[in-house]
Design a binder for this molecule. Structure first.
Ligand code: XIL
Length: 528
């Protein structure tokens, strides 16, 4: 009976979500429903025999006095309406669930005590599933049918819960209970949809961006669908850089960059331009070997005017200068700037000059300088801070600072916590600038532990990183440097075996994805 209670709880609380044209899922209702789930479980199945799904759902909703006090009459009416909608379609689901559970529950092996212990683990599972998944169910644009996602969560939770029961080898194990839960979750969810990251930030919240190679998206419909579904912002991982777009004097390769911009526009996504001036990498030899300051100035002026001019009005932000500091492992220089050809020939003022050129070419774009390794306080962040202060003091048109956030990689093996990242973001925001995490990935290659534990760590860590941005009002967005591990630059560029991104090689959501989603959800619940 207990399993039936628990499962009915899952079913009924899930069913009490707003459906169809009902108001969107309300944060307080969700929290209240999760508590109601707990109440119901503690009630040891008092309501389990109630055959009327509509009344059962209503009772779940109003199971405690506290709950009744917290809900306004309008909310209670909304729940009633939802329950009414559920009763039309959901009774059948609930009945099917009950039958499935009764069947499978009866066939679990082991003593009654062990069976009870195992089934007892389902209570927290119920709460966890309800808490984490219910708010994501909805009919918002961009939502998609994704029961597998919830099933995966159930499976994971169960895997963690079972070893804690008192049952030894003789009792029911995951293999026995899992099919029950999976059937239950599948049935309870019915045709439910799960909100994507994009849908979660639809009304408020930071932009959720992805850096892409247009050919990788064009050749993979699964990638394309995930991108359309999850991202509100797009960055070109390479095709807008100097080398790819302007490989020789007078030679321009705009096709791939045009494709990125057009694709994003067709999906209503913002575009971050990356990058106009980058001394360290992907700079053609004719620029590297420029003979003197005037020649290089003319090249820079032509390049910025042509590239930023071409997309003027269509790019939300430009990383005008990328990585003005020396590499994180390089020795510091006298003026603190990277010893690249721009600084060597033009001098430290090249950064401000580039910003002015970009402003002239695209007055609407927000202009950024973008840097790695500045998420942690210390000399490197201080150098960057001084540079930004100098630029502002000199009247350079600077709107924002990009924190690349190649975490776990720069600095190697370090994972600054939420408070540290938030404080770093605030330090720059306090100068009146926007800030963004522009190239987020979380490297695991330098971390010890087996892969599952590292991936689990990564999930929690993604959550803190997104939370850091979501709690800083001037943090306008977070872009991950790719979407699936199969495309990560940590493999192609460094040759590492790593898994730094929210989707795995086969486009399954990783704990990292759920971490991102949890942080966005928390922000939405707080009303950030
Ligand atoms: C990387 C790309 O991901 C790789 O494909 C390319 O080979 C090298 O550049 N900081 C940046 C990005 O600002 O432009 C870099 O992108 C990653 C580090």
């Amino acid at each position: 009976m207990r399993i039936l209670t628990v499962l009915l709880c899952v079913a009924t609380v899930l069913a009490s979500r707003p459906a169809g044209a009902a108001p969107p899922c309300d944060a307080r209702k969700v929290a209240a429903a999760a508590r109601a789930c707990g109440e119901l479980l503690r009630g040891e199945g008092r309501f389990a025999r109630d055959g009327d799904a509509m009344r059962r759902a209503r009772r779940v909703a109003l199971a405690s006095d506290r709950l009744a006090r917290e809900w306004t009459a309008a909310e209670a009416a909304a729940v009633d309406a939802t329950c009414a909608a559920f009763s039309a379609s959901g009774v059948d689901t609930a009945d099917r669930l009950a039958a499935a559970v009764a069947d499978a529950g009866a066939s679990l092996p082991g003593s009654a005590r062990c069976r009870g212990a195992v089934l007892g683990t389902l209570a927290p599972l119920c709460r966890r599933v309800v808490r984490s998944e219910l708010p994501l169910l909805g009919d918002a644009p961009g939502a998609h049918d994704d029961r597998q996602l919830v099933l995966a969560r159930v499976r994971t939770s169960l895997g963690r819960a079972l070893p804690r029961t008192e049952c030894g080898g003789g009792g029911p194990g995951a293999a026995d209970v899992e099919p029950v839960l999976l059937r239950v979750a599948a049935g309870a969810l019915g045709d439910a949809t799960v909100r994507s990251l994009r849908a979660l930030v639809a009304d408020a919240g930071p932009e959720i961006g992805v850096a892409i190679e247009p050919n990788e998206v064009a050749s993979d419909p699964v990638y394309a669908a995930a991108l359309d579904r999850e991202a509100t912002s797009i960055t070109a991982e390479n095709v807008m850089k100097w080398g790819p777009i302007h490989p020789a004097p007078g030679t321009w390769v705009f096709g791939p960059a045009d494709e990125v911009v057009a694709r994003a526009e067709s999906q209503g996504q913002r575009v971050r331009g990356h990058t106009l001036v980058w001394g360290a990498l992907q700079l053609p030899a004719y620029v590297e070997n420029a003979s003197d300051a005037d020649t290089l100035r003319a090249m820079m002026a032509e390049h910025i005017a042509t590239v930023a001019g071409r997309y003027a009005g269509r790019i939300a932000q430009w990383d005008v200068v990328n990585e003005p500091l020396p590499g994180s492992l390089d020795p510091p220089t006298a003026d603190g700037l990277d010893d690249n050809v721009f600084r060597r020939l033009i001098g430290p003022g090249y950064v401000a000059e580039a910003l002015h050129l970009a402003r002239a070419a695209d007055p609407a774009a927000k202009l950024y300088v973008n840097e790695n390794g500045i998420e942690v306080p210390g000399p490197r962040q201080d150098r960057f801070f001084a540079l930004v202060q100098d630029l502002l003091a000199a009247g350079a048109p600077l709107d924002g600072v990009g924190f690349q956030a190649h975490l776990g990689l720069i600095p190697i093996g370090q994972y600054p916590d939420e408070a540290t990242i938030a404080a770093s973001l605030r330090r720059f925001a306090d100068l009146g600038l926007s800030v963004e995490l522009t190239e987020l990935d979380v490297a695991l290659v330098f971390r010890v532990g087996d892969l599952p534990s590292r991936l689990a760590f990564q999930g929690g860590y993604y959550r803190s990183v997104i939370a850091a941005c979501a709690t800083v009002p001037d943090c306008a967005g977070v872009t991950t440097w790719g979407l699936s591990d199969r495309h990560t630059w940590l493999r192609s560029f460094f040759g590492f075996t790593d898994w730094p991104l929210p989707f795995d090689d086969d486009w399954r959501r990783k704990p990292a994805y759920f971490g991102m989603r949890a942080a966005l959800l928390e922000a939405a619940l707080r009303g950030d």
